[in-house]
Ligand binder design. Structure first.
Ligand code: DAH
Length: 337
């Protein structure tokens, strides 16, 4: 019993004199670790005469608790000291002039800002929606039936929560906006979208800007004006724009929008596959079923919608031929914008 008292004093002395968290950890394992003194003493109990076991066991356990408490207190004290020291020693002088030049905005951010500014100027509001989206908003309510190829596992990233996915386009923000507001609506929705696609012109994550106009007299002429005006402003050029009939489940009629190839001036080249045209977005008159799904009366209201890929526009605008450059964060690339 005397030895236990000595051991306690020795251990408490060690803990008291510990001057670093590392030293404290060493002391802790010396006494309380798996091969520590206390642990081996506990193992000795079985070799004692029966009548001494109880008292000895109790004393050792008391010692263990005392040491644990002392260690905990000392640890807090040392942590506090450590923090105070690093706050005092490790600081950065923000007033020192930096030789490396100024940071720049990412080309995708610049492109998004450019798109948003043009639409704001035409009176559009900016909406946002979640990237983890309800399957119902991403597909069903947009008139995309369960057997539609767009739902194929090869295109969509599903998350392991029933009924949710990573949105494959920004079109579900149309649904969210119409559920929230009655017309007139005139909005765009920029954001990240996800598809199981990966090659020099496709990335599993990319950006889209969605647009939606709903009022009592929205029509194709209005849509054409808005999109032509947007494209000419975006490329700062009076470039040719054409609307080509197409199909989307959520619009009827639907169209794809092409611009005259910027690379070859519409003469035909590798980028436009010799056609002289580049496809830049999809659009159309909102399908009456979609309006109805959102509680908007298609007998009273009509609308048009459009969606564009931001990376695609950025690649054309800046003359970049590989989408991967946007995500590698190579300083030499980023510095050019
Ligand atoms: N959501 C379509 C896509 O990702 C793009 C699109 C086409 C959006 C036509 C629209 C639209 O709003 O009317 O391919």
């Amino acid at each position: 019993m005397k030895d236990i008292e000595d051991l306690k004093n020795k251990a408490l002395g060690d803990i008291k004199s510990a001057d670093s968290l590392q030293r404290l950890q060493e002391i802790k394992s010396h006494y309380l670790g798996r091969k520590g003194i206390i642990t081996s003493l506990l193992k000795e109990i079985k070799n004692l005469p029966v009548e001494e076991r109880k008292e000895f066991g109790k004393r050792i356990n008391d010692l263990k608790l005392t040491l644990q408490e002392a260690l905990g207190r000392k640890e807090k004290e040392l942590q506090k000291k450590h923090l105070e020291r690093s706050l005092a020693e490790e600081w950065i002088d923000l007033t020192i002039p930096f030789e490396g030049g100024c940071g720049t905005l990412h080309p995708i951010t610049l492109t998004l800002e450019r798109i948003v500014t043009i639409f704001r100027g035409m009176g559009f509001t900016v909406e946002e929606g979640p990237q983890i989206e309800l399957e119902r908003y991403n597909f069903d309510m947009l008139n995309i039936p369960p057997d539609h190829p767009a739902r194929d596992m090869q295109d969509t990233f599903y998350v392991n929560k029933e009924g949710y996915l990573l949105r494959t386009h920004t079109s579900p923000v149309q649904i969210r906006t119409m559920l929230k507001n009655q017309p007139p609506i005139q909005m765009i929705a920029p954001g990240k979208v996800y598809r199981r696609d990966d090659d020099p012109t496709h990335s599993p994550m990319f950006h889209q800007v969605e647009g939606l106009v709903v009022n009592t007299d929205a029509n194709l002429k209005h849509m054409k004006f808005v999109l032509e005006n947007f494209l000419k402003s975006f490329f700062a050029s009076d470039l040719p724009v054409r609307f080509r009939a197409s199909y989307f489940p959520f619009t009827e009629p639907s169209a794809e929008v092409d611009i005259g190839c910027l690379i070859c001036n519409s003469k035909g080249c590798r980028v436009c596959k010799e056609s002289g045209w580049l496809e830049v977005m999809g659009c159309g008159m909102v399908h009456p079923t979609v309006l109805e799904n959102c509680g908007i009366d298609p007998e009273v209201y009509q609308g048009f919608a459009f969606g564009m890929g931001v990376e695609r526009l950025a690649m054309l605008f800046f003359g970049i031929d590989n989408i991967k450059l946007f995500y590698e964060n190579n300083i030499r690339f980023l510095k050019q914008f």
